[in-house]
Design a binder for this molecule. Structure first.
Ligand code: UD1
Ligand code: MG
Length: 469
């Protein structure tokens, strides 16, 4: 079966108004790239309607980067027609038909831009149903704005409509508020025919795709209420606007599924984040990448969580930073904790303030309550690491492992020089520097002996501390 709908995604433009080096389709947005949003919206529409479609992404400016990224993400699914010179949107569509052999055999062609990330599947659905029900040759999505500057204006005709670009419009036409969104669904044989006649006799000297629509044609402009859906990202101001809409959409869907956000406006939640019902998210929380937060977890104010899993009933206290870490159920982490790559925390663990962990496996109910560094370590069930505990894991060249058994008590301000192996039920006295293995049930103390000289303080105390007599 041939594809029912060919998708011409126009992504050849230079995006100069953004003033950034990154190719416009590849600008980062909510954990994805700008171009991904148009693609994902079309793919959901295809899925919902059980339609078969195929994409041709028209590339030009920075084409290697754009194609390279899309090849990686969508592996072999797309064609990449090249528009060598940006001669206008009709010329871009000609490149699509010239370079995609399958495109001419499709029934319909959906034309959209790579820089409209707020489009939703229902917009495509409305275009599709109207086209089919009314047996039209083409439809164009339009919206109304008070400041139509820059957009093509919609001029209604006897049966159809045409579009006049800003530069070519008369003063009277410029007052028209219904404008072209740049999103079209057309019958493929119709648009192929019309493309042949389009010239560049206009003020820009470009080939305008908009010229396929005629006042006496069998075409219709469909007015959509929500102009924001068609927001095009041409500047970083519009990028921020798009980001805040998408962010809020994501948070609203989580809220409606039972996630309690205390202040959604201040949180940043990327598309790939999953949160289960019953979790609570305090203000100013940032959730990035592949995050899974389970039922009844609580994330307090100003935490950053990136590619991490948080178990049922776990509390991440304020100002903690977690990255590439897994924390199981009923743990208490923070405030001000930093869990780095490879941290694996079992149930009921307590990690307190100013504790940093890296490649650390902490078994059930381990407690590290204050001011510690635990790197390249395995700590057994129930073991307590006192305040100021440090693994000396790095010898200047390599990282080494510290292994501590279960039910052990490691006194405050202890350093362990790795590689080292400490048994179960061990007691280490405070202030020890441990550089030899300790067997299970052993006691170790390794600190300088204390000496007291009575009355000698006056030799050392000076200024306001001086002992006068
Ligand atoms: C276009 C429409 C205008 C509409 C507006 C909506 C035309 C002639 N005008 O104007 O009616 O109101 O969009 O935003 O189509 N592109 C290419 N190759 C080219 C030129 C453009 O691939 O040679 C791509 C761009 O990368 C972009 C899209 O086509 O994704 C639209 O081009 P742009 O120059 O932004 O058109 P507008 O002037 O905004
Ligand atoms: Mg534009």
């Amino acid at each position: 079966m041939t594809d029912q709908i060919g998708v011409a995604l126009l992504a050849a433009g230079a995006g100069t108004r953004l003033k950034v080096k990154t190719a416009k389709p590849l600008i980062r947005l909510l954990g994805k790239r700008l171009v991904d949003f148009s693609i994902d919206a079309v793919e959901s529409f295809f899925q919902q309607k059980s339609l078969k479609g195929k994409f041709g992404v028209v590339v030009g400016h920075q084409k290697e980067e754009v194609q390279g990224y899309l090849e990686e993400r969508y592996a072999g699914k797309f064609s990449y027609p090249v528009q060598h010179q940006q001669l206008g949107t009709a010329d871009a569509l000609r490149s699509y038909f010239n370079d995609c052999p399958w495109a001419k055999d499709t029934e319909y062609t959906l034309i959209l831009c790579a820089d409209t990330p707020l489009l939703t599947p229902d917009v495509f659905e409305k275009l599709h149903t109207t086209l089919e029900e009314k047996k039209l040759d083409g439809v164009c999505a339009t919206f109304s704005v008070n400041q139509p500057f820059g957009y093509g204006r919609i001029i209604k005709g006897s049966s159809g409509f045409r579009i006049v670009e800003e530069k070519d419009a008369t003063d009277e036409q410029r007052k028209i508020k219904e404008v072209n969104s740049g999103l079209y669904l057309v019958k493929t044989d119709y648009v192929l025919r019309e493309l042949e006649t389009i010239d560049s006799n206009n003020k820009s000297g470009e080939f305008y795709l908009t010229d396929v629509f005629k006042e006496d044609g069998n075409v219709e402009a469909i007015l959509f209420e929500d102009a924001q859906t068609f927001l095009g990202v041409n500047t970083l101001v519009q990028l921020e606007e798009a980001r805040s809409v998408l962010n809020l959409r994501k948070i609203r869907s989580l809220q409606l599924n039972g996630v309690n956000f205390l202040d959604s406006k201040t949180c940043y939640v990327e598309e790939s984040v999953e949160i289960e019902a019953g979790a609570t998210i305090f203000p100013s929380v940032t959730l990035l990448g592949k995050v899974l937060i389970k039922e009844d977890a609580l994330i307090e104010q100003s935490c950053v969580i990136k590619n991490a899993e948080i178990g049922n009933g776990t509390v991440i206290k304020a100002f903690s930073y977690l990255e590439d870490a897994v924390v199981q159920s009923n743990c208490a982490i923070g405030p001000f904790a930093r869990l780095r790559k490879g941290t694996e925390v079992s149930d009921g663990v307590k990690i307190g303030n100013f504790v940093e962990t890296k490649q650390a496996k902490l078994d059930k109910k381990v407690a590290i309550s204050h001011l510690s560094y635990v790197g390249d370590a395995e700590v057994g069930e129930n073991t307590n690491l006192g305040c100021g505990f440090i693994t000396c894991n790095y010898d200047g060249e390599k990282k080494h492992l510290t292994k501590i058994g279960k039910d052990s008590f490691i006194g405050s301000d202890t350093q362990m020089i790795a590689p080292i192996n400490i048994g179960d039920k061990v007691f280490v006295a405070s202030g020890s520097t441990i550089n030899q293995d300790i067997p299970s049930e052993g006691f170790a103390i390794a600190r300088g002996k204390q000496t007291i000289k009575e009355g000698m303080a006056k030799r050392f105390l000076k200024g306001k501390f001086a002992i006068k007599k």
